[in-house]
Design a protein around this ligand. Structure first.
Ligand code: UD1
Length: 312
């Protein structure tokens, strides 16, 4: 049986949906701090437990009888972590350690962990490859990185198989567009479809390796089944290997949404990095990973989803 943490969140629900589609048994856990009950619609085949992983007894309960865990639960967002670094640490570090500990005690075979491209920090070298020294520049990045280190240590010390996938700016259907901490793509889609002016922090020339959700789901399923001797204890990027600026993204969305105005430019955000682009050769080599859906197609499908009322 598979466990998906953060199963009511954007990435967790997408992984759970794919597992169910493949006929697998799935248990999900979420505390609904950022996850949404509406995201569980369509996942009726999943056993669901409401609970907070920062509570060790919840971790123990959800790990019983599980073979593989997809650990997606987190408090995402760089600015949220700047506003409340302790909450980010509790949700991203404490909870991950408790989960790992109960996983090893329960005999879970493998944990696939949602790492973050923010680990690379604002170093000028592009593309970012896994051999580079991590340089977190926000509390969020530091927290995601700390849990990543625990993954490696647990593989080494206890023999539980762990695989870290460093996600690069994931977007797609089910990403929450309503919070002040929502990812830029979700915010822009919602606003531009509603005819509201989106805000670009900085000059809009910052770039990201925006990765459509299906590519990340694909990488997770490969990471769950790849041979342990190849992947256990390893860290790899999950992305597309290409980047686009926010100004270009805005233009692409103008075409898809019909928004007629211009963006509002404001001062850059604290903890922001300038450019982000992944080298995906390691995931290709170790997992046989290839991006399945290109940026344009992903953006088209994303806009369609928000257009049809998703995220409200
Ligand atoms: C960061 C991480 C990412 C992580 C995510 C979690 C990097 C490169 N990426 O994403 O791996 O999963 O946090 O939340 O560190 N922006 C606007 N207008 C808005 C909202 C955002 O201009 O309304 C800008 C931001 O200032 C930033 C860019 O868009 O420059 C992307 O922001 P966001 O979507 O929040 O993601 P990152 O902070 O890049």
């Amino acid at each position: 049986m598979y466990l998906v943490t953060g199963a009511a969140g954007f990435i967790g629900r997408s992984i759970a949906a794919e597992l169910l589609k493949r006929g697998e048994s799935v248990r999900g856990v979420d505390n609904f701090v950022t996850g949404k009950r509406a995201n569980l619609v369509g996942l009726e085949g999943m056993e669901f437990i409401e609970g907070d992983l920062a509570d060790q007894s919840v971790c123990k309960r959800v790990c019983a009888g599980i073979e593989v865990i997809f650990h997606e639960a987190a408090l995402a967002s760089v600015p949220r972590s700047v506003a409340d670094p302790v909450a980010t640490n509790t949700a991203c570090v404490d909870a991950s350690l408790y989960l790992l500990n109960e996983a090893r005690l329960a005999g879970v075979r493998r944990v696939v962990y949602a790492g973050s491209s923010s680990a690379y920090g604002d170093t000028p070298t592009l593309p970012k490859h896994e051999g580079m020294l991590p340089k977190p520049i926000s509390p969020y990045a530091a927290a995601k990185m700390a849990a990543e280190l625990y993954m490696g240590a647990f593989a080494r010390v206890y023999g539980i198989e762990t695989v870290v996938l460093r996600y690069f700016n994931v977007f797609g259907p089910y990403q929450d567009p309503t919070s002040q901490y929502s990812g830029v793509m979700a915010v822009f889609c919602r606003k531009m479809l509603a005819g509201e002016q989106p805000t670009i922090f900085g000059d809009g020339e910052q770039s990201r390796d925006f990765t459509f959700i299906e590519n990340v789901v694909h990488a997770n399923l490969l990471a769950a089944s790849a041979p342990a001797e190849k992947v256990s204890g390893r860290v790899m990027n999950a992305a597309t290997g290409s980047r686009i600026t926010l100004n270009q993204t805005f233009k692409a969305l103008v075409k898809l949404t019909g928004y007629a105005g211009k963006p509002n430019y404001e001062a850059p955000r604290a903890g922001d990095i300038r450019d982000s682009l992944a080298d995906i050769s390691l995931a290709k080599e170790l997992l046989g990973y290839e991006p399945q859906v290109c940026f344009e197609e992903g953006l088209r499908r994303t806009v369609e989803w928000y257009k049809s009322g998703g995220g409200n």
